[in-house]
Design a protein around this ligand. Structure first.
Ligand SMILES: [Cu+2]
Length: 193
C-alpha cells in the first residue's frame, strides 16, 4: 500500500508537458553506446533511422523497463519509432549486431511551470560512491527510489543548498533521486555503477 502511494506521487505530474520526438539518425554498424543513448521525458518518442544497408533490429534487452522490438529491417532511411510511457531505464540492442546498443532513460515529466524554478546541478552521473547535489537555493529534502519505486533513502537537508548522497553500499543500477528545492520538486535518474 505504501509503495502504491509513493508511485502515485511520482506519477502525479504525467501529461503536463508536450511530447517530443527524439532522433537517432545513424542506426548502423559502429554506432557508439553514447550515440545510441538518450535521456527523455515520459511520453516522448524515439525514432531510429537506419543509415547503412545491413539488417538491424531495435530490440529491448533483459532488464529493460519496457519491451519493444522493431523486427529485422534493412535499408538506408528506414525508421522505427517507439513511445516510452514508463519511468525507467531501457537497455536495447540490434539483435543482429549486439555491439550496436544503448540505453533510453525515461524521466518523470515536470509540470511546465516547475521547470525553471528547480535549479540544481548534480555530479558525477554515473557515480560509484558519492553523488553531490548543489542547488541555487535551499534544498528542502531529497528522496531516493529504486527502479521498482521502492523508497531507498530520504534526507531532510536542514536548510543547506548542497548535499551529498552516499551511494557506496547501493546495488548497481538506476535510481530516481527526487530533489525538492524551495518547495519545487524535480526527479533525476542516477546510475550507480
Ligand atoms: Cu545491426
Amino acid at each position: 500500500m505504501k509503495r502504491i502511494l509513493l508511485l502515485s506521487a511520482l506519477f502525479a505530474t504525467i501529461g503536463l508537458s508536450a511530447q517530443t520526438t527524439h532522433h537517432i539518425d545513424n542506426w548502423a554498424m559502429g554506432i557508439s553506446n553514447q550515440d545510441a543513448s538518450l535521456t527523455i521525458d515520459q511520453g516522448d518518442t524515439v525514432e531510429w533511422t537506419w543509415s547503412d544497408t545491413l539488417p538491424h533490429t531495435v530490440s529491448s534487452t533483459a532488464g529493460s523497463t519496457e519491451t519493444f522490438d522493431s523486427g529485422t529491417i534493412s535499408g538506408v532511411g528506414e525508421t522505427y519509432s517507439y513511445t516510452f510511457t514508463e519511468i525507467g531505464a531501457n537497455t536495447y540492442q540490434c539483435n543482429v549486431h549486439p555491439g550496436m546498443n544503448g540505453t533510453i532513460t525515461v524521466e518523470e515529466v515536470l509540470g511546465v511551470n516547475d521547470v525553471s524554478k528547480v535549479t540544481f546541478e548534480y555530479y558525477p552521473n554515473p557515480t560509484t560512491d558519492i553523488l553531490t547535489i548543489n542547488a541555487a537555493d535551499v534544498i528542502d529534502n531529497i528522496t531516493v527510489y529504486d527502479m521498482s519505486g521502492k523508497l531507498v533513502m530520504t534526507a531532510d537537508n536542514a536548510g543547506n543548498s548542497n548535499s551529498k548522497i552516499y551511494m557506496q553500499n547501493y546495488n548497481a543500477g538506476t535510481y530516481f533521486v527526487k530533489v525538492t528545492v524551495s518547495g519545487q520538486t524535480k526527479t533525476i535518474s542516477v546510475v550507480k555503477q
